[in-house]
Unconditional design. Structure first.
Length: 280
């Protein structure tokens, strides 16, 4: 066996490996890697343990991120809700992780960051320090739409009804022309939250590498001839991911977000997805 560092955007073996892994997510795909690489120019350094047939046994995806404040660090994975090592054998993952940690000890990188673990339990022998920054909310769709609707809080049911009565209409789209409307709302939302918006090129790359390749879609809410909410959803294997929400606060009293989310849940059930990931 040998340890190699590969670029998932050019190595054709990566996507096949990701699809073979039970615990892989949208953030492990080469499509997501292309979005990060093309937008921010970070260097992908995906560490892989290969067998004699040059097949990946285990792998840990990292991007090299450089900053004046934090120095050079390895992140698994930037702009991702979570991302973890892939593989079945924990001993092999530990071997690969030790190889990466040695580079940190030698001063090649300031530190490494792994966002989550596939069984949610970080092995004690990894010597990684756990930081619980976020909670992830996941809805089980296998109970079916009727049961899901029954379990909603009364305020949620009321919000859906109010949105419909107040003239909110919802549409699913994979039309690149809707990106401009979404980004207008994204800038408004970020300004309200007091944070910088992500660059327009990020969403252009997201559309090119993911939405146009059936890895996602946008749900828009319209009212009075104007788009007032936009949500970017991603999808991979048996899960739908609620990733980016943007809105016009002047229309929030009409409860458009409730109807947008309900429309996406109905779509996910119709397409036989098992999980609806609300993100962190």
């Amino acid at each position: 066996m040998k340890i190699s560092i590969i670029d998932p955007t050019t190595d054709s073996r990566w996507e096949k490996f990701v699809n073979s892994q039970k615990h892989s997510t949208i953030f492990h795909t080469s499509a997501w890697a292309r979005v990060v690489k093309d937008t921010y120019g970070y260097l992908p350094q995906y560490y892989a343990l290969e067998n004699e047939a040059d097949q990946f046994k285990v792998a840990i995806p990292f991007y090299l991120v450089k900053s004046r404040l934090t120095g050079k660090r390895l992140v698994c994975l930037p702009f991702s809700d979570y991302c973890w090592p892939l593989g079945v054998e924990e001993a092999d993952i530990a071997l690969l992780l030790d190889s990466v940690k040695k580079q940190v000890e030698l001063g090649e990188f300031s530190y490494l960051e792994v966002r989550g673990w596939q069984n949610r339990v970080v092995p004690t022998q990894s010597n990684l320090v756990t930081r619980k920054y976020y909670i992830t909310y996941i809805l089980d769709l296998e109970m079916g739409l009727e049961t899901l609707n029954e379990k909603f809080h009364d305020s949620v049911k009321r919000g859906i009804r109010q949105a419909e009565k107040r003239g909110i209409t919802v549409r699913l789209t994979s039309n690149e022309g809707d990106l401009d409307n979404f980004y207008r709302l994204h800038v408004m939302t970020r300004k309200k939250l007091g944070v910088l918006p992500q660059p327009y090129t990020f969403f252009k790359n997201l559309f090119h590498h993911m939405i146009s390749q059936n890895f996602g879609f946008i749900v828009m809410a319209d009212c009075e001839g104007k788009t007032v909410v936009g949500v970017v959803f991603l999808n991979h294997k048996d899960a739908i991911y609620y990733k980016f929400n943007a809105f016009d606060e002047n229309y929030l009293q009409k409860r458009p977000n409730h109807l947008v989310t309900w429309e996406a849940i109905q779509f996910a059930c119709a397409k036989n997805y098992k999980y609806f990931d609300f993100g962190r």
